[in-house]
Design a binder for this molecule. Structure first.
Ligand SMILES: [Zn+2]
Ligand SMILES: [Zn+2]
Length: 183
């Protein structure tokens, strides 16, 4: 039986030889508390489930994990709140911080996901938060065919229509309309 924990603070010393399973579930409050007021992300977390396997070989800690989460984020087109599922696998290697080793590993660090830990404890909170943020796409749509907002009056074109759309032709279309072939 592999031991299981539900704490994101891992005591490196007590990681058993056959590894440690971490099962962790949290919600929005936990995620909010991970950030300072001025660095809060522009989305909120609904639900998070993390599953990791942690092993240790002479001080080096390997973390292999996956998470699934749901976030609330504003649609890039209509600005309404959208629910977005996120799923990802991640791998981390953590080595104890020793200044003399640092230089030798400088190159490898670029290629591999190597981080350092200080003392006997590893807090997985920043690692998990970073993984969530990495998975959030730059452009989020509430629906693949979201019609967005009317550029003139701001009406949400998913729920209603406005008069500006029918009368005015899109400026790019207008340019095409006036285009004459001189031949
Ligand atoms: Zn939308
Ligand atoms: Zn309009």
């Amino acid at each position: 039986m592999v031991s299981t924990t539900n704490s994101l603070k891992i005591n490196v010393v007590t990681i058993p030889e056959d590894g440690l399973n971490l099962v962790f579930s949290e919600g929005g409050k936990w995620f909010d508390a991970c950030f300072n007021e001025d660095e809060k992300p522009d989305f909120s977390l609904n639900k998070l489930d993390v599953n990791c396997h942690i092993i240790k070989t002479s001080g080096t800690v390997f973390i292999k994990g996956k998470f699934s989460a749901t976030i609330n984020i504003n649609c890039s087109r209509c600005l309404e709140e959208a629910k977005l599922p996120l799923d990802a696998n991640f791998d981390y290697t953590l080595i104890p911080e020793k200044p003399q080793v640092k230089e030798d590993l400088e190159l490898k660090k670029e290629e591999l996901e190597i981080s350092y830990y200080h003392g006997d404890f590893i807090d997985l909170t920043p690692i998990i938060c970073e993984q969530i943020i990495l998975q959030v796409p730059i452009k989020v749509l509430c629906h693949p065919e979201c019609k967005g907002l009317c550029p003139q009056c701001g009406t949400n074109l998913n729920d209603s229509s406005c008069d500006c759309t029918s009368g005015n032709v899109d400026s790019r279309m207008a340019a095409l309309k006036n285009f004459k072939i001189n031949n």
